[in-house]
Design a binder for this molecule. Structure first.
Ligand SMILES: O=P(O)(O)OC[C@H]1O[C@](O)(COP(=O)(O)O)[C@@H](O)[C@@H]1O
Ligand SMILES: [Mg+2]
Ligand SMILES: [Mg+2]
Length: 333
């Protein structure tokens, strides 16, 4: 593998392969720079005064951590003046944030979960940032309607994982590349290319404490996994649950598996737990680009037409054959 920097990788994608234009290249550079700043803030922990609650709630009624607010501000501030965007939207903001008139504007839309896995911050477990890039439709007003595009329209998506090392996974629609932050150089360096998720797996990720609230097909499916070698699946399954989607999806990208956050009776009214535009769609894009699949249990996530900016959906993603099996259980097969 050529240990090239993210900048060099993006220049090659633009100049040699013609996959992206200069604006998209620079936009991703800005997002990566913001992720480096978030990584530094997280690394300081208690010493940087960044742990704990911010004493506020976001639009979805969730208590905001100081790092939720800080990460959102870092991403907003870094991208505002870049000149490549029409607007941004985030988990932490009720409405989209149009680029102020004093800054140059571009034709892209950026939507992000600035800090994913907030419940893990204070216990020093991996968290991440998830982002998705869309094109602002021709002549669009950069309001909510502009963002309501199905995930198959994404032109780029990625996540930063702030773990023992800081990683950046990126897709531009032609495979998934992985970069590791070299802390001395301050650069993301290519350490994985054309990542592939094996079609078969014996590992699943789900919050088992919600079991009694799931719908019948999910109860049956997970019941059959737990029955192991003596059950209908005739093999033993291992289970992992970090409770940071970025970390759980990254494990699947690295060693395979299936990740699920299904509908449960308590959250049925809100459609699910995970957010379509800035959690499910970017992760579905990455997983499909790595040869995996992503479904809400019934249909391909990337085909879903969003109705609202903060819409939630059930998510099943990872190993292609295992996702197909989950869908078959939902069809009653
Ligand atoms: O606490 P639970 O129910 O296990 O849920 C964990 C899920 O919630 C999330 O933390 C939601 O993300 P936020 O921290 O951005 O709200 C996912 O990352 C994770 O998969
Ligand atoms: Mg999240
Ligand atoms: Mg979040």
């Amino acid at each position: 593998m050529r240990r090239i920097s993210l900048s060099r990788y993006l220049i090659e994608e633009q100049r040699d392969k013609g996959r992206i234009d200069a604006d998209l290249r620079l936009l991703i550079e800005v997002v990566a720079r913001a992720c480096k700043r978030i990584s530094l803030a997280i690394g300081k922990g208690e010493l940087g005064g960044v742990l704990g609650s911010a004493g506020s709630e976001n639009v979805q009624g969730e208590v905001q951590k100081k790092l939720d607010v800080l990460s959102n501000e870092i991403l907003l501030e870094a991208n505002e003046w870049g000149g490549h965007l029409a607007a941004m939207a985030s988990e932490e903001m009720e409405e989209p944030h149009p680029i102020p008139n004093r800054f140059p504007k571009g034709e892209y839309l950026l939507v992000f979960d600035p800090l994913d896995g907030s419940s893990n911050i204070d216990v020093n477990v991996s968290v991440g940032t998830i982002f998705s890039v869309l094109r602002c439709p021709e002549g669009c007003e950069p309001g909510e309607a502009a963002f309501l595009q199905p995930g198959c329209e994404q032109v780029a998506a990625g996540y930063a994982l702030y773990g023992p090392t800081t990683l950046l996974a990126l897709t531009l629609g032609a495979g998934v590349a992985l970069f590791t932050l070299d802390r001395e150089l301050g650069s993301f360096i290519l350490t994985g290319d054309k990542l592939q998720i094996p079609a078969e797996t014996q590992e699943f990720a789900i919050n088992m404490s919600n079991q009694r609230h799931w719908e019948e097909p999910m109860q049956r499916y997970v019941g059959d996994l737990l029955a192991g070698v003596d059950g209908p699946r005739a093999k033993d399954f291992n289970m992992r649950w970090v409770a940071s989607m970025v970390a759980d999806v990254h494990r699947i990208l690295t060693r395979g598996g299936v990740f699920m956050y299904p509908l449960d009776a308590r959250i049925a009214g809100q459609g699910g737990k995970l957010r379509l535009l800035y959690e499910a769609n970017p992760m579905a894009f990455i997983v499909e680009q790595a040869g995996g699949a992503a479904s809400d249990g019934h249909q391909r996530i990337l085909d879903i037409q969003p109705q609202r900016l903060h819409q939630r959906i059930p998510v099943v993603l990872g190993a292609k054959n295992e996702v197909a099996t989950v869908v078959a259980y939902h069809r009653g097969n």
